[in-house]
Design a protein. Structure first.
Length: 494
């Protein structure tokens, strides 16, 4: 059955796909019967036939077997006079064949799979050269049709296997998607929603199919619909991943916070063939985060109030102890600086959040140096790289630069009308260099001995002990230059 199935012989015979060839061969050779035969292991099958209703013969009596054995044209004018065929049942039996001519049909691999043959019930004159050549042409034409059918059958079988594989894959995907706790959906390349898993319908309570196309947006909170559309259209236009938090209507009529995400699937050429997305219920986490933020803001607000209370107590004590007033002023200013640092990095509401980025060193320094600036110009300029900071580094940084600014105001560049300070920030892979340079102030004289005052100790404590850095000073006559080099990891936990 190998050859028969390979060329789908029964389909060809039932469709009469080769009967025109046998009809022409019979006329060409002036014979009553013409056949296109296929030889399989146990049978000879007539895939094209003219002049007979027989479907085939057993392989062991097939006259065409001799053609297959030699791979050459065979013609026998009188079968009864040839010892190879005289006793063949097809000759001695009811069919009583007397003439045979067979032209082999040969595959590209030089395999003889059958013949185009001519039969007669009476002895027949030998074919002319033209008839033999015509028979060879017709045999090649029959072979070409068989190859076409073979190719078509292979394509049909491949397509059928592909359909089965796709159906199996889709069934597996739907089963997997329906077992997921997330809502799963997919769209066509243009964004048309054509699939939702069972979880989507369970969550939203919408009828199956009612959210196909653009219907999905109807179950979004009205305040979130325009934003969701804008972000989705941007992803469709750019191919960028889709991510958004929005409120989705629950089957009970309430709106719950959901995290929506989607990624495109691309073909080998990079074209998007489909989008797959998920929706995850984050309502409980969202409420918990809001509660934590409220509590954190309240605690931070109270801490800031404590700074204010302490500063007030110091000021109150200084009134009754005039000799304590200068130290009290310095202490109150340092506490105010700490309050500014805390206020910069603490949790904020949308209304109270500083305009500067809250993890920015430059943003913190801008807050700290604001009291020293003038309307028409900045007395303290910050240049260079910005660095990420957090609450751990904000306090020592604030104390360090408050102390430097205070000293510059009392003794250095900021004590005169024209003096300026430039703070340069330079970052590399390992450390951050902060260079404080004072210019156009009073002439500077290097101290005769090591500085041991409270301010100097505070700078050492902040820069060295808390931040793990080093401090170097250059007492140039035109102004102090101090460089603080701090490991990058000391600025932020990230």
């Amino acid at each position: 059955m190998r050859v028969l199935s390979r060329y789908d012989a029964r389909h060809l015979r039932d469709a009469g796909a080769l009967d025109d060839i046998t009809s022409f061969a019979a006329k060409l050779c002036e014979a009553p019967v013409a056949l296109v035969t296929l030889l399989d292991d146990d049978e000879q099958y007539f895939v094209g036939r003219t002049g007979t209703d027989l479907e085939g013969t057993p392989r062991d009596v097939a006259l065409c077997g001799h053609v297959a054995a030699t791979g050459t044209f065979l013609e026998v004018p009188d079968l009864t006079g040839d010892d190879r065929f005289a006793c063949n049942p097809l000759v001695t039996g009811e069919l009583a064949l007397r003439y045979y001519a067979g032209m082999p049909m040969i595959t590209a691999d030089d395999e003889v799979i059958g013949t185009l043959c001519i039969l007669d019930f009476a002895p027949h004159v030998r074919l002319s050269d033209l008839q033999r050549e015509g028979l060879a042409v017709l045999a090649r034409a029959a072979m070409a049709r068989l190859r076409t059918r073979e190719s078509t059958r292979e394509q049909d079988e491949a397509a059928a296997r592909s359909r089965v594989a796709i159906e199996d894959s889709e069934r597996r995907f739907r089963t997997l998607a329906d077992t997921m706790p997330q809502m799963v959906w997919s769209t066509l390349p243009d964004g048309y929603h054509d699939y939702y898993n069972a979880r989507w319908y369970d969550f939203t309570g919408t009828p199956a199919g009612s959210t196909d196309g653009e219907g999905w947006n109807d179950v979004f909170h009205p305040d979130d619909q325009a934003r969701a559309w804008d972000i989705w259209r941007h992803s469709l236009a750019t191919g960028e991943p889709y991510q958004i938090e929005y409120r989705l209507r629950h089957f009970d009529g309430t709106y719950r916070w959901v995290l929506g995400r989607a990624l495109p699937i691309r073909d080998g050429a990079g074209a998007i063939t489909r989008w797959f997305g998920t929706c995850t219920d984050i309502h409980a986490q969202k409420l918990a985060m809001e509660e934590r933020e409220i509590i954190s803001q309240e605690l931070s607000h109270r801490i800031k109030n404590i700074f204010a209370v302490i500063a007030g107590l110091i000021q109150f004590a200084a009134r009754s102890r005039p000799e304590f007033a200068p130290a009290a002023t310095d202490l109150r200013q340092r506490i105010t600086a700490l309050g500014r640092a805390h206020d910069f990095v603490r949790p904020h509401s949308a209304q109270s959040r500083p305009s500067a980025q809250q993890d920015s060193l430059k943003g913190l320094l801008a807050d700290l140096f604001e009291p020293y600036q003038q309307v028409d110009r900045d007395r303290v300029r910050v240049e260079g790289d910005d660095v990420m900071i957090d609450d751990r580094s904000a306090t020592p940084l604030s104390l360090l630069f408050h102390e430097l600014a205070t000293n510059a105001t009392k003794y250095g560049a900021l004590s005169t009308g024209n003096g300026v300070v430039v703070l340069a920030i330079a970052a590399d892979d390992d450390a951050i260099a902060l260079t404080w340079t004072e210019r156009d102030g009073p002439a500077v004289v290097e101290p005769a001995q090591a500085m041991t005052g409270f301010g100097s100790q505070l700078i050492e404590m902040s820069a060295v002990r808390q931040l793990g850095g080093t401090v170097t000073r250059d007492w140039a006559s035109e102004g102090l230059t101090m460089t603080v080099r701090v490991p990058r990891g000391a600025f932020s936990r990230r």
